[in-house]
Design a protein around this ligand. Structure first.
Ligand SMILES: [Zn+2]
Length: 247
């Protein structure tokens, strides 16, 4: 099969603030940093992807799609795709079962209205997938989830394809502790080399308000350059999920 790389972008917007941003509406600095991700960070990331003809899977909360319909609709243009990232971005583990199910339904409806098609993949806000949400995903016919950490390779959980993630491969925890991009680049390049050695798929996760800053986006450029040089195939999550499901 050969090694494969999926770039995934969690386009949280203001919904990525604690409690889905509830109570933050009057905190203009926090709110503006999140808006920056959509209006400034996202175009910068899209520019790097385009330079490598690299596809990405964008995980978007429903309320963020509704707040920024033009920007989010554009993310569904080939070669990219949009997938489900909750509706309000409140973490499923903090919600009762009925609200977890309505988050799934309302998030799908918002993406249908903005993007024009129902999402087939899901990533839990905060990666806090629960049994209730997992059951609801399967019942709704989702093809994959990308929230768990049970393997390096894609696997299945209760019949659903799982495209695993890890905190070390996510820009958010890295830049919570440092402003130096070098550490994240070193981790991504080491993991890419391991994926080549182990002949497997790799998912990296980034956020437009974090990696989309001018002094950080070069980390993505260097990763894609290394992947192309090593002959690693750049793939969307839906393509990987389809391959796993038919294997
Ligand atoms: Zn998120």
């Amino acid at each position: 099969m050969g090694a494969q790389l999926s770039v995934t972008v969690d386009v949280d917007g203001a919904a990525g603030l604690p409690r889905g941003g509830a109570g933050y509406e009057h905190r203009l600095s926090c709110w503006s940093e999140r808006t920056y991700g959509i209006t400034a960070g996202l175009p910068r990331i899209l520019g790097v992807l385009e330079a490598f003809a690299a596809p990405a899977t964008f995980y978007v909360p429903g309320v963020t799609a509704e707040r920024h319909p033009d920007e989010i609709a554009a993310l569904a243009d080939a070669p990219h795709e949009v997938a489900h990232h909750g509706h309000t971005h409140r973490f499923p583990n903090t919600l009762p079962a009925d609200e977890q199910r309505s988050e799934l339904i309302e998030g799908s409806a918002a993406l249908v209205s903005v993007v024009g098609m129902a999402p087939r993949g899901y990533r839990a806000p905060g990666w806090e997938l629960t049994r209730v949400t997992l059951d609801a995903l399967r019942a709704a016919g989702f093809a994959w989830d990308s929230s768990l950490m049970g393997d390096d390779r894609p696997y299945t959980v209760d019949g659903l394809v799982e495209l695993p993630v890890h905190w070390a491969l996510d820009d958010a925890p890295h830049f919570a502790h440092t402003t130096d991009p070098a550490g994240l680049l070193a981790v991504w390049l080491a993991e890419l080399a391991a994926a080549v050695d182990e002949d497997r798929h790799l998912t990296v996760t980034l956020h437009p308000e974090i990696l989309g800053r001018a002094h950080r986006v070069d980390v993505l450029r260097r990763l894609l350059d290394a992947a192309v040089t090593a002959g690693v195939e750049l793939v969307t999550h839906s393509a990987v999920a389809a391959a796993v499901a038919t294997a």
